[in-house]
Design a protein around this ligand. Sequence first.
Ligand SMILES: Cc1ncc(COP(=O)(O)O)c(C=O)c1O
Length: 392
Amino acid sequence: MSYLVKNYNRKKISFVKGKGSYLYSTNGKKYLDFCGGIAVLSLGHANPELIKTLTTQAKKVWHVSNAFIIPEGEELAKKLVKKTFADKVIFQNSGLEATEAAMKAAKKYFHSIGKPHKNRILCISGSFHGRSLATIYASGSKKMTEGFLPKIPGFDHVKFKDTKPRFPNLRKKIKRTTAAIMVETILGEGGIKPIPDKCLRYLRKICNEKKILLILDEVQSGIGRSGDFLAFEKSKIFPDICPIAKGIGGGFPMGAVLMTNKVAKAMQPGSHGSTFGGNQLAMKVGSKVMDIISKKSFLKNVKKNSNYFLNKLNKLKNKFPKIIKEIRGRGFLIGLQLYQDQSKFIEKLMDNKLLTIRAAENTVRILPPLNVKKNEIDQALRIIDKVCADFK
Ligand SMILES: Cc1ncc(COP(=O)(O)O)c(C=O)c1O
């Protein structure tokens, strides 16, 4: 008997300990964790540097509120600004808070320049930006919005197709009232679909032409997961606003919105806030994650090891062409798309001690820690090979 609301379909397993890429269950079994807390555990479980940072800070001060200057937050904001396109940062506690704050910043920007009628956000239908009332309507997915009337207004949708044109009728979807286009650089929940660089450049071009803002949601794809610090870097364009979360805390709940000065100027005192956002514990852990990921060799290794993994997965796709339809993704944000529903496959992987998680379109999402070792990747490959061989 559980006293928790049944809003999740939980697997019947719990864990007592984690170390690096492994989790240890209550019944004494060892699992290779390539679910990674859904792209949260950027540095694996129980990272000694993060433990030291967290416990040291815990003995000093945990939380004071944003009524005061928080030097630990100033320090992390500086690191994020130095590493990215951003001029300014707002700290939050989660991904949805970051995407909500991103949308608020876009609306407030147009309000501040005397164009309050520009307040609609154009999103990809079936994308994922969180589970608040606003973000479920941003996604436009019926499954998420069902039962949550009245509809939150202010969203328009465009399709993102596998075939060309990738964004059909995009220009027509932009109205006089559109403030911003908001998309995930790599659609995560939607089935691990990277938006090609060319399309990102097209989005930037249209936003410039129409004088609207571009929000790139890097909650799942950011903080090194794609092999670049932020996944859009490869395309050589920049957004105006970028929500991040998940990997920046390495398991400590936090989120942030990166933005240009132009947008940040609109967010004056009273425009937005959060009791917990940016507290000392989160800021110290985030800062340490940044230090580790910013080391020269770190992202080079992510690229090298993830390319190795992706190449080997493509070989498995060729070996099992009736089971695996496509290997998708970039870096360690990987989707293994099957021809049939993936639930049984994920269960079999788990029976063989490999943890993964689902995404849309029959996709098995594979999210190792960014510092995963090559022998751990090989172990995962052996398990996937075995499950494919046995799969009916
Ligand atoms: C792209 C994207 N945006 C926003 C969110 C929402 O983040 P959170 O679950 O922390 O609210 C997620 C979560 O999976 C996500 O993948």
